[in-house]
Design a protein around this ligand. Structure first.
Ligand SMILES: Cc1cc2nc3c(=O)[nH]c(=O)nc-3n(C[C@H](O)[C@H](O)[C@H](O)COP(=O)(O)OP(=O)(O)OC[C@H]3O[C@@H](n4cnc5c(N)ncnc54)[C@H](O)[C@@H]3O)c2cc1C
Ligand code: HEM
Length: 503
């Protein structure tokens, strides 16, 4: 793994490229024309972005405050609107931040704004943590209770100071809006854990190409981050803390910038893909098959990000429902969630001939072909899609490995792809498929999916692959680890998303 590079930063290790050398301690600040004005400086550590006049910054700050109040008002209206299905909603307003509060959802949907919590990254124990990591954690503890306000202020600062960046973001910034800040906070908190961090940030940087993010945008985001943190963690903010954040942000952004630059050499920022078939399976689930405009390399078990023409710049993740095919087509199983923007568009509106955009593939829930261990696959709802792809992958590799699939849903009729899975079971002696329904008497096994999986253990000779709603993934992990399976043998999708969502 490459070492972290900070070669874009200034040589002074206390400073990055977005924070200037001087800190003003009195109330006299220089105006744009070099004069002095009586603008009160922010206490205890004001941000002094490079080349930015104090007067303009003060104006931006006031505007940010006003915008924050306007946002709170808009929020109340948006909460009301969010209860209606997309079709009945008024079009998303163009105002910067004007959307519903986050609500609990499937993996991609962040939990309600809360203290960013470490989940995937192993934080170094406090005794081993670097001084920067300790300062960063102290800020995080302070930000925790006001994370939502910090997020609002972060975006307000970003868009007021850099209005040109607003058009990179969706018109309505909804439940997902806190993902950037959560990712930044989580990454900064785990700044000591180089290997995991670099892997995560590399994918993130590559994925940012589809948003149109350029290297020169990063200082703007850094300024907004420091601005928001210094305001909402004022009680613990001091020059040392600011320097620690500047160093962390410089490293984080450099990894992302480098990853995007490396990716540019061999992949487009996004793929156009035409829908070639749209097959409704239940009232709210459809199988959507697309033909990318150029070869799309991916591995079975991975997922992509997808944008529809009806909600520009609104990207959501969907797992590939098949291993790579010789005809190059890609399939997704999509479930329309109540009031869901993209899923409803894909299930109820999309038709053959429509063109969507795809981001790069992501995810590490892929088959390890270097071992002969069995595969324990647990798929809940549309989580069966990547599990089916994994089974196809095992078939294609031609090695007979025991594969045990548990396919969970609430009711029998939600097991929309059971026929396909049972057909595969008939064709392959090493494959066993067990349907499990949650709470209705039926011909399938019934009860909570993790409990049933545990009953069929022990699973010592298996690697586990889990896909579905976050609650199912968490409880399945608990059940397996509780039953003696080491956590490194458990793979699940959306690792990065869970981190970003703090879930
Ligand atoms: C790695 C990964 C792979 C995924 N693969 C698939 C897949 O193969 N198929 C698939 O259908 N989805 C998949 N998802 C979920 C998908 O990315 C979207 O989150 C989902 O389609 C909802 O998006 P939306 O724009 O329609 O809803 P949004 O507009 O994001 O949400 C609207 C409202 O619905 C709520 N909501 C969101 N999801 C749910 C839910 N599941 N149940 C109830 N309420 C919800 C939100 O909290 C919000 O209140 C995957 C997610 C991840 C992270
Ligand atoms: C170190 C810096 C950054 C981090 C850690 C970060 C992190 C994230 C994360 C986690 C997401 C959620 C979706 C995804 O996984 O792609 C996201 C979305 C996004 N980011 Fe970044 N980002 C950073 C810098 C930037 C910069 C500099 C820009 C350019 C202005 C930018 C623009 C966007 C946009 C447009 C989205 C989509 C927003 C949405 O879907 O609502 N990001 N970012």
């Amino acid at each position: 793994m490459d070492a972290l590079t900070t070669n874009s930063a200034e040589t002074d290790p206390n400073r990055g490229w977005f924070t200037p050398p001087e800190r003003e301690t009195d109330s006299h600040q220089r105006t744009a024309d070099g004069g002095e004005s009586e603008i009160p400086s922010r206490s205890p550590a004001a941000i002094r972005p490079v080349g930015r006049a104090a007067a303009r910054k003060q104006r931006a700050q006031q505007q940010a405050d006003q915008q924050e109040q306007a946002q709170e008002r808009a929020q109340e209206q948006a909460d009301h609107r969010a209860d209606q299905p997309p079709d009945r909603q008024t079009p998303p307003p163009a105002a910067p931040i004007s959307a519903p509060e986050p609500a609990p959802a499937r993996i991609a949907d962040p939990a309600p704004a809360a203290a960013p919590s470490p989940s995937t990254f192993e934080a170094a124990p406090a005794s081993a943590a670097s001084p920067d990591a300790l300062l960063i954690r102290r800020t995080m503890a302070e930000i925790g209770p006001v994370a939502d306000r910090t997020t609002g202020y972060f975006y307000a600062l970003l868009f007021i100071r850099h209005p040109e960046l607003r058009e990179l973001f969706p018109a309505a910034m909804d439940a997902q809006r806190d993902r950037i800040l959560k990712a930044l906070l989580t990454a900064a908190e785990h700044i000591d854990n180089t290997e995991t961090l670099v892997e995560y940030l590399t994918n993130l940087g590559r994925g940012h190409r589809k948003y149109g993010t350029q290297p020169e945008h990063y200082p703007a985001v850094g300024e907004a981050l420091i601005g928001a943190l210094s305001r909402y963690a004022a009680a613990v903010w001091d020059p040392l803390t600011e320097a620690a954040w500047v160093r962390a942000y410089t490293v984080i952004s450099q990894v992302m910038i480098d990853a995007a630059a490396a990716d540019e050499r061999h992949a487009p920022p996004w793929w156009q893909a035409e829908i070639v078939s749209h097959e409704p399976r239940t009232q709210d689930i459809a199988v959507v098959t697309v033909r990318p405009d150029q070869p799309y390399p991916f591995l079975a078990g991975q997922y992509t990000s997808l944008e529809t023409p009806w909600w520009p710049r609104v990207w959501r993740h969907y797992s590939f429902a098949s291993a790579p095919r010789s005809d190059g087509l890609l399939s997704f199983h999509v479930k329309a969630v109540p009031a869901g923007w993209v899923s409803n568009a894909l299930v109820h509106r999309a038709r053959p001939g429509d063109v969507i955009r795809l981001g790069p593939p992501a995810g590490s829930m892929v088959v390890d072909h270097t071992t002969d261990s069995g595969l324990l696959c647990v798929g809940g709802g549309t989580g069966i899609a990547p599990i089916k792809a994994l089974v196809e992958d095992v078939v294609e590799h031609g090695r007979k490995r025991s594969v045990e699939v548990f396919y969970g849903a609430r009711h029998d009729h939600d097991l929309y792809d059971l026929d396909t899975m049972l057909r595969m079971q008939e064709e392959h002696s090493w494959l066993s498929v067990r349907p499990v329904v949650a709470d209705t008497p039926s011909s399938s096994l019934s009860g909570p999916l993790p409990d049933i999986v545990r009953q069929y253990g022990p699973w010592e000779a298996y690697d586990a692959y889990l896909s579905g709603p976050p609650g199912m993934i968490r409880s399945s992990m608990d059940a397996l680890v509780g039953g003696g399976m080491p956590s490194h043998r458990i793979r699940h999708d959306a690792l990065e998303e869970l981190v970003a969502a703090g879930d």
